[in-house]
Structures are given as structure tokens and as C-alpha cells.
Design a protein around this ligand. Structure first.
Ligand SMILES: [Zn+2]
Length: 441
């Protein structure tokens, strides 16, 4: 697998460390990493889009091996750098056999492996459930496990915001498991301790700290979609530090992220309330979409096609044209682990290991509605005790490590029906657990 290129890594650290320290008030407490040596696993809550930098700077002397979403490889400049940093790629919520092999190789090489077990970056300021199989991954790898938490990273770099803020970032570290105790613990015990270690609420962690920027609420209407006063969906307008609705709601978000003039004290409370209002068994999602997809050269094309997306409690489906060809697929919602989102732009879905960016029309701010609909459905199914579906590692380890699935002549016209060829809604951890389970049988 290899570690990051020594020269490139040193150069990046030389600039990033002082920049984050001066610009964003970064301070790092490494006491929880005492005694760390490879092979080791670092599981970090995904708090901001800059987590890789924060964790990288924190672990700089170990030159860690990152497990990253494969979609980063669709950007040519980034691809050049990531190949030299020797990242392990995974397709989000997809079975991906080469990811598992790469993690095992990195372990055998004695590397420090960094993984974000929520599988995606939350849109609001608190953590999401861990992807199924994370505890099994920990159990089976059998190496020391640590965590690195970038407190204040969401408040500095909110996923929904157009610009970063300046305040404080306090990185904390801790050891979660010693390799020696793992054989004694069962998966449920590991799951419990992991869940507690990964649970994070950035608003609570940095309560009272001031974050400065020109406009506190610019972009917030990409995640706050429902008015708590009149109940209207998509009616909120956020700018100038305020959140307004046609019904007369006029709330202010102050520089410590406290809300005034709304029924909620914080964005997280509003977001969670909004989520709880969704009834996926009585409503469905449906929208015209423009489609972004990856071309034959592995690069992302923003306007690759158009179509219609639909989702109900049973399945997600798409029909349309991509690169001039007819494409249609459907995936059972129970097979979808979650929908990654770029706020106010698009949500992402894989079909047959091909990535599609779907931009809802006419208002792409609705992208988050699709994400929340599916999350709410899973939440309700979890409460009803529905088991996470068994996922099979069916994906062939085709291509070289880090290759991006491309929409070539051969595989453009895919017609998947039901769940037969649908991508498995799973994280690499799940696949690893299943692969190992089969090997052990
Ligand atoms: Zn309203």
C-alpha cells in the first residue's frame, strides 16, 4: 500500500500546520495518542470537509494511510496528489472488494489507517450512526484503535456554508481499544464503546465560542428546509445572519451559533425536528434532475444528462439520458446505506458501481430532502427492529486501486431492476466482515 510520499507529505505539513493554527485557531492535544505505533486504526467522527487535514496534521509524524471516498479521484488535480499520498479509495455505501484488500495490506505494512466510520459527512453539526460492520472490522483487524476529534471543525467549516469562519478548533485524541483486549470483547460490546467514542455534537462541544464571518446564515437554507411556524417546505431564505419565511418568521443566528426568534435554540435542534416531521410511508420524493457523471477519462462532467428521480419507502429509481444514452435503474431503499450530498447542489447515488450526481430541479436546495427522507426511513425501520440486510461482497476487484468507475460504451445501458444488480448499500467494513466470515466458514 505504501505511506504518503515523504517529500510531498512534509511539504503539505509545512504549510498546513501554521496556516490552520493562525487562521482557524487550531490547537492539538495529542495526549490520547501516547504509545501509538503501527499497525493501528484511527476512527474519526466526520465533522467537516477539512477533517482529512486536521487528522493528517494531528498524525503528521505517522504519515497515515487514509481511506477516502472514490469520488475524489474524479478531479484530475486532486487525483494526482491523492495517488502520491497512497490513499485507499472506497465507493460510498458500496461493496468494494479492493478497499478491503488495501486495508489488510496497509495493516500488514504496519501503517496507521484512518477511517471515518459514519461513511459520509453529516450536513448538520452532530454525528450520524456508524455504518454497519464497523465493530466487526475493529474486531477482525485486531489492532489498537484510536480516535481524533476536530472539535469546532463544523462550526468553522459548516458543510452548508459558502465561506469558513474564524474561531477555535480544538483537536482531542483518545485510545478506544487496545489490541490485547479485543479478543475478549464481543461485537456488541465493541459497538457500544465505539458509538460512545464517535458520538459528537459540535455545537455542544464548543458552546459559547465565537465564530466570525461576514454572513452567519448564507447557505443555511440548503439544510434548513421546513418552517417551524407555518410548516412550509422550501420557503426559508437565509442571508445577512437571519432566517426568514414568508409567514413572518424572522430569526437571527448569532456568532456563537445560538438562534434567537425561532422555536429552537440551535441549528441542530431545528434540523432534528425537521427530520422527525418526515413520514416516508405516506409521502414520496419525485423530481426532474440534471445528472453529473464520470466520463471515459475518469473526469466528472457536470451536465452529462437529464432524467427523473423517484423514491418511496420501497425503492429509489431513475430514468433518463446520460451521455446521450438511455439509463434506468432502481435500488431498494434497504440496500441504500445513505445518500451523500453536496448541499444546495446534488445528492449522489451509485448504480452498478457507477456514480451519479443528481441535481433536483428547479431548486437544487431540495437535494437535502432526499437525504433526510432516506435517513428518516432507516431510522424508523431501525426502531421497528428491522435487521440491516446482509451484504455480499459481489463487486469484482476490477481495475487498479484507486480507479474510478467510468461510464464507458459497454456499461452505459444498464437496466437494473429490483435489487438483483443493485449496488449493495454497505461500507467497506461490512464487506470485510462478510468476506472474513466466509473465509472462516
Ligand atoms: Zn413560515
Amino acid at each position: 500500500m505504501g505511506k504518503p510520499n515523504r517529500f510531498l507529505w512534509a511539504l503539505a505539513m509545512l504549510f498546513l500546520r501554521p496556516w490552520y493554527r493562525l487562521r482557524y485557531g487550531l490547537r492539538i492535544d495529542r495526549t490520547g495518542l501516547a504509545g501509538l505505533k503501527g499497525p493501528a486504526l484511527v476512527l474519526a467522527p466526520h465533522i467537516s470537509g477539512k477533517d482529512h487535514v486536521l487528522v493528517g496534521v494531528t498524525l503528521s509524524k505517522y504519515r497515515p494511510t487514509f481511506v477516502l471516498s472514490a469520488h475524489f479521484m474524479a478531479y484530475p488535480q486532486l487525483r494526482w496528489a491523492l495517488r502520491r499520498i497512497h490513499v485507499i479509495t472506497k465507493k460510498m455505501f458500496c461493496s468494494d472488494a479492493h478497499t478491503i484488500m488495501d486495508i489488510l495490506r496497509a495493516k500488514n505494512e504496519g501503517n496507521v489507517i484512518v477511517l471515518f466510520p459514519e461513511g459520509r459527512l453529516p450536513a448538520c453539526g452532530h454525528s450520524m450512526p456508524l455504518t454497519a460492520g464497523t465493530a466487526e472490522l475493529v474486531k477482525k483487524l485486531g489492532i489498537d484503535v484510536y480516535t481524533v476529534t476536530g472539535n469546532g471543525a463544523y462550526l468553522t467549516f459548516p458543510k452548508w456554508a459558502k465561506k469558513p469562519r474564524r474561531g477555535k478548533i480544538r483537536v482531542s485524541t483518545a485510545k478506544i481499544f487496545d489490541s490485547a483486549e479485543l479478543p475478549e470483547l464481543d461485537v456488541a460490546q465493541i459497538e457500544q464503546r465505539l458509538g460512545a467514542a464517535m458520538a459528537h455534537d459540535d455545537e455542544a462541544a464548543m458552546a459559547g465560542v465565537t465564530y466570525r464571518c461576514k454572513d452567519m446564515t448564507a447557505g443555511l437554507d440548503g439544510i434548513l428546509r421546513r418552517c417551524p411556524v407555518c410548516g412550509a417546505q422550501g420557503s426559508l431564505q437565509t442571508r445577512g445572519g437571519r432566517i426568514r419565511c414568508a409567514c413572518g418568521l424572522d430569526a437571527v443566528l448569532d456568532r456563537t451559533y445560538r438562534l434567537h426568534g425561532a422555536p429552537f435554540g440551535s441549528i441542530n435542534e431545528w434540523f432534528d425536528w425537521q427530520q422527525a416531521q418526515i413520514d416516508p410511508y405516506r409521502t414520496a420524493m419525485d423530481s426532474e434532475v440534471t445528472v453529473g457523471a464520470i466520463n471515459g477519462r475518469g473526469n466528472l462532467v457536470r451536465r452529462a444528462g437529464e432524467g427523473r428521480a423517484h423514491m418511496d419507502a420501497e425503492k429509489f429509481s431513475f430514468t433518463g439520458q446520460v451521455f446521450g444514452r438511455e439509463v434506468s435503474f432502481s435500488v431498494a431503499t434497504e440496500k441504500l446505506g445513505g445518500l451523500p450530498v453536496t448541499v444546495a447542489k446534488h445528492f449522489d447515488i451509485y448504480s452498478g458501481n457507477i456514480l451519479y450526481h443528481l441535481y433536483p430541479k428547479p431548486d437544487p436546495r431540495a437535494a437535502i430532502d432526499w437525504v433526510c427522507y432516506l435517513d428518516r426511513l432507516h431510522e424508523l425501520q431501525g426502531q421497528r427492529g428491522t435487521e440491516t440486510p446482509e451484504i455480499q461482497a459481489e463487486s469484482p476487484a476490477g481495475g487498479t486501486a484507486g480507479a474510478v468507475p467510468t461510464l464507458s460504451e459497454e456499461n452505459t445501458e444498464q437496466k437494473t431492476t429490483g435489487t438483483a444488480e443493485a449496488p449493495a448499500g454497505c461500507a467497506p467494513a461490512e464487506v470485510l466482515a462478510n468476506t472474513m466470515r466466509r473465509e472462516n466458514q
